[in-house]
Design a protein around this ligand. Sequence first.
Ligand SMILES: Nc1nc2c(ncn2[C@@H]2O[C@H](COP(=O)(O)OP(=O)(O)OP(=O)(O)O)[C@@H](O)[C@H]2O)c(=O)[nH]1
Length: 332
Amino acid sequence: MEKISSCGYEWTIGLISQNSEHTLDSCLAKILNQLLGESCVYAFYFSKSLSIRQTPCLTFASMGEQLKNEHKIAVEEIDVPPLLERLKKLNQDVQLLSLAQLQILPVRYQGLVLGFLAVHDQSIIPSSGHTVLNHVLNVYVHQLATLQYARVDPLTQLLNRQTFDEKIIDIVAGKDAWLVRDSEQKKSWYMAIADIDLFKHVNDNYGHVIGDEVILLVAQLLKSNFRVGDYVFRYGGEEFAIVFPCRDEGEAMQKLDSVRGVIADTRFPQVGNVTISMGFVELKDAGQVAEFVNRADRALYQSKQDGRNRVTAFSNLKDKGCDHSSGDIELF
Ligand SMILES: Nc1nc2c(ncn2[C@@H]2O[C@H](COP(=O)(O)OP(=O)(O)OP(=O)(O)O)[C@@H](O)[C@H]2O)c(=O)[nH]1
């Protein structure tokens, strides 16, 4: 326990100095290995969107080669929804739940159970060690929330432009651990840019405050019509970017077109009808973020040329031309 107390400070500093979700996960994994011992069999399940709408995913697990396979299976193949229901019913003071072969530590944020650490029974959590574990998990969750707030656009609460490049790079490199699961089902990633049509008229006719309200409502409609695991960004003033996995281009087109339809059918207070145009591209065959953006932008331009309120796939452009790439961010 002496050792744990002196490390607690270092672990806290280690976690709060991480500036990406990816390194934050690695840091937590290292701490758990130190805290529980290299031979411990554990798995960490968490809802990275910090929302109870998303079922916690297996974020990482202990990696020791010598681990017994059946123990690994016990922690990595938990039936999450019923366990979650059980954890939600626990009193807030309960820090450790013992189940058949497992010890479960719920991970809470603002009183909500967003995940848990599952430890195989034979890997003993040090006596009163779960207090330290709880502290470490708490610091992790708060650092994750801090990182996420710094990436959010204040008007719309969508992810901001700064996060966009980073997310695309992570996705193309397969680093997005909690969403990589989608690609296991043979899905590809697509990126769309959406732009509100004739938005200058909204500002000119109704003023910027109403203009901002239109941006906010479009943002809410986009967010609520994509899945929790999809990413919706405010890319610029009245421009949005969406990054989402789909089985194929046809499915991606259908998804985008149905959201376009929802927005076109919505009555905006004071303004009436508002439409958006979109262009999209599959995230493949390019080395730089700006190449993807350029392709989606050209498809968007085509939608505008064709009369607005429509979706165009980059692959359907007659002239795909060459990508311009000065000042681009290298993916690899
Ligand atoms: N209210 C408000 N307006 C913004 C914001 N960001 C950009 N704009 C305005 O959005 C308008 C964009 O106009 P344009 O790019 O000319 O295009 P458009 O009128 O939307 O026409 P198309 O894109 O061709 O359909 C400009 O008038 C900007 O001033 C913002 O955050 N709030």
